[in-house]
Design a protein around this ligand. Structure first.
Ligand code: BGC
Length: 746
């Protein structure tokens, strides 16, 4: 049973799990010096013990975790307990707060709130005795929009994804838990995930997925990186010396440990020489079952002792850096009240209002009847599947077996009922629910109501990719029938990522910029009075959705990914798949689009999306004016450009705007038309104004003014004409201000 571990885990909350440590070595030493002092006292067997997990298969570790390494009590080195936790503590370690999906956290564009999000994960990990978190999925969403793990990702832009992930990981580590960035690298699809051989140019990789890792690493100080299952340009990621030794440890100066994804290590000595430090979850190769053991490799001189010590030093360094050798294993309580308040705020700020034909916010006092339809909205909200799945506190509201063999954990609805939350917001209205299983009965209920709210839910999971981006089953037909019966219909989408909506081809291109009339027209995206993208909204998701519907919260979420009009507009219309489903041979996956992912692809090809990256409506209006560019430092290598402008809330309510700064590079660089260079999330009272400043720093990990030169094998800042754009989405109508400047060669 999914909640089988609730009681034992709760009983463990206040009990220290490991024996008290001997006095730690002097705290004045650097983490490396402390690690070296310990290494000097370790036997070869003790060293090797830290370099592989102790689990023999997917049986959970002592705490129900995904991984476990016993400590070395005589040296004060505690046990390591590894648990997933992209959006809450996973692996059924125990009931935990289900946060909104990571893509919802990215849709807030709120770095402080992203830090709070990480705080929940770090705090609750500590509560359960978990001291290594396996969240931190910073692969780019929308490289493959059908990817079943999109809900764990942070959007399609390296800067947004890198910064949001960094905030999560920083908070996790501040709680004394080792943070992780994964899956290094280019692990962007689940189809053939163990054998997919990603083919991509160096520039393409450096300016997309690798850039997201680089930013996340520099801004978080993550102490661990998980190498991926897939191959990158012909070499398995966990044996890829270019990725691990050259880029990660060499160029980026990473001093923590590289662990393998679960069963991703295919060799011992080869992988260790390529930069892998720790194999998970067992000692399959290190134990010598399929390959030479590390011990004999060291004894025979095949693996230099310095490298072995380096591997151990990296593990110990990570432990020391977050305080694991000093904390004595104290377990704070879960702090559910604060965690749930954070979950609700993330859902409130991350829900994106895509369409509003004036129906929202609903006025509870003027509504006599409300029809709530579909999506199991009487019970709960949908959550994503796979290793990132979280067992909600209070138990799942609903649970169904997973429909696909490689998926696990089942389909879980978190206990946050939209029906109940809507009733609480409109206590005097008659609020009725119809499951939507019978379209005619749902339409009849909608027809009798003043307003209909229809919930759509699209599940995704690790281990699978979506066959399409449309809603599955009868959901489109249900939404259409409800709109036909009652044009005053709000559609609430729960999905892992971009969701296609049927729209009328041939009409003015994009829904985001098109003035429309709502009502019974085919297809439904044209007829809905309002559409909300709620992602997987987490354990307080229903309360957040209801607060937005009734105006207690003014929506401020912005899309962290492009929503296309049609599948044909994507770089690839079908996912590259292995020639035979059970083939164990690598097969090519061609990422010919390179770094032209998401809006970069759409912009470059003049394709109008359904909704552009960065887009999201509010119940108030904002105006931008007075753009000014000022150089704070002009010395090549440290050039800093201050982009400032006025932001004015011109509407009737308080609200937050995400002011986005994009940059166009000189046309000769052959770059996509623009890139996100920074943003500011600003809250303003009705009528309030503020001068906003966003600084573009040449020394920043995002390399704002640069392109990767394959020839020079480094970032270069081209001389020429650049252009700044400021606005509230990447779409043409979202770009409000613009100004050009010249950069000279350094
Ligand atoms: C996933 C990782 C996860 C690990 C441990 C693997 O299947 O790819 O993301 O951390 O399992 O659960």
């Amino acid at each position: 049973m999914i909640w089988r571990r609730f009681l034992p885990a709760l009983l463990l909350l206040s009990a220290p799990l490991s024996a008290p440590h001997p006095a730690p070595p002097s705290a004045n030493l650097s983490p490396e010096e402390r690690a070296d002092a310990l290494i000097a006292q370790m036997t070869l067997d003790e060293k090797i013990q830290l370099l592989h997990g102790a689990l023999r298969d997917y049986n959970p570790g002592p705490l129900g975790t995904a991984g476990y390494i016993p400590g070395i009590p005589r040296l004060g080195i505690p046990d390591l307990h590894f648990a997933d936790g992209s959006l809450g503590v996973g692996n059924q370690v125990g009931p935990a707060t289900v946060l909104p999906s990571c893509i919802a956290s990215a849709a807030t564009w709120d770095l402080e709130l992203a830090y709070d999000y990480g705080w929940v994960i770090g705090r609750q990990s500590r509560a359960y005795g978990v001291n290594v978190n396996l969240g931190g999925n910073v692969n780019l969403a929308n490289r493959e929009p059908r990817c079943g793990r999109t809900f764990e990702m942070k959007g399609e832009d390296p800067l947004l994804a890198g910064r949001i992930t960094a905030a999560h990981v920083r908070a996790i580590q501040d709680q004394g838990v080792i943070g992780c960035l994964k899956h290094f690298a280019l692990n962007d699809q689940e189809t053939g995930r163990f054998t997919a051989d990603v083919r991509i140019s160096e520039r393409g990789a450096r300016q997309s997925d690798l850039l997201a890792f680089e930013i996340a690493l520099r801004e978080s100080g993550a102490q661990s990186v998980m190498c991926a299952y897939n191959l990158v340009n012909g070499v398995y990621a966990c044996e890829n010396s270019w990725l691990l030794n050259t880029v990660l440890k060499g160029e980026w100066g990473f001093r923590g440990l590289v662990m393998s994804d679960w069963y991703a290590a295919r060799s011992s000595v080869k992988a260790a020489l390529a930069g892998l430090d720790q194999e998970q979850p067992g000692g399959y190769m290190f134990g010598g079952e399929r390959d030479r053991s590390l011990k004999s490799a060291v004894q025979e001189g095949l693996l230099p002792e310095e490298r072995l010590n380096d591997m151990v030093r990296r593990v110990l360094r990570a432990m020391i850096a977050v305080g694991l050798l000093d904390s004595g294993g104290a377990h704070p309580p879960l702090d559910l009240a604060r965690s749930e308040a954070i979950a609700q705020r993330v859902a409130e700020e991350g829900t994106v209002l895509l369409v509003n034909q004036g129906l929202l916010p609903l006025d509870a006092r003027s509504l006599c009847s409300i029809a709530v339809i579909g999506g199991n909205a009487d019970r709960g909200v949908l959550t994503g599947g796979g290793s990132a799945q979280v067992t909600p506190t209070g138990g799942p509201a609903l649970w169904f077996p997973a429909p696909c063999p490689p998926c696990w954990g089942g389909i879980v609805w978190a206990p946050s009922s939209p029906l109940r939350a809507i009733r609480a917001m409109a206590p005097q209205a008659d609020v009725q629910y119809d499951s939507g299983a019978d379209i005619r009965s749902a339409a009849a209920l909608a027809r009798r109501a003043d307003v209909a709210i229809v919930f759509a839910a699209e599940w995704e999971s690790e281990g699978m990719d979506l066959p399409s981006l449309g809603l599955s089953g009868i959901q489109d037909a249900l939404i259409q029938a409800v709109i036909d019966a009652n044009p005053r219909t709000v559609v609430v989408l729960q999905s892992g990522g971009a969701q296609l909506m049927p729209w009328s081809a041939g009409a003015e291109p994009t829904l985001a910029s098109r003035p429309r009339k709502f009502g019974p027209v085919m297809p439904w995206a044209d007829g809905a009075a309002a559409v909300l993208a709620a992602w997987y909204p987490g354990q307080r998701g229903a309360e957040a959705i209801a607060s937005i519907l009734f105006g207690a919260v003014n929506p401020s979420g912005k899309l962290p990914l492009t929503i296309p009009l049609r599948i044909e507009d994507l770089p690839r219309t079908a996912i590259d798949a292995p020639p035979a489903p059970d083939s164990s041979d690598p097969f090519p996956v061609r990422y010919d689009e390179g770094h032209w992912v998401g809006y970069r692809w759409f912009d470059a090809h003049g394709l109008e999306p359904l909704f552009p990256f960065g887009f999201g409506l509010s119940y108030t209006t904002f105006e931008f004016s007075g753009l000014r560019l000022e150089w704070l430092d002009t010395h090549p290598g440290t050039r800093r450009l201050a982009v400032s402008f006025n932001l004015w809330n011109t509407g009737p309510r308080e609200g937050a705007e995400v002011a986005q700064v994009y940059l166009s590079l000189p046309p000769e660089t052959g770059e996509p038309p623009k890139r996100l260079a920074g943003w500011a999330r600003v809250n303003l009272k009705a009528g309030g104004r503020r001068r906003v400043e966003v600084i573009l720093d040449e020394a920043d990990a995002s390399h704002p003014f640069s392109v990767w030169s394959d020839a020079a094998r480094r970032w270069v800042t081209p001389a020429g004409q650049y252009r700044i754009w400021v606005g509230n989405s990447s779409g043409r109508s979202g770009l409000k201000l613009s100004s050009a400047f010249r950069l000279e060669a350094p």
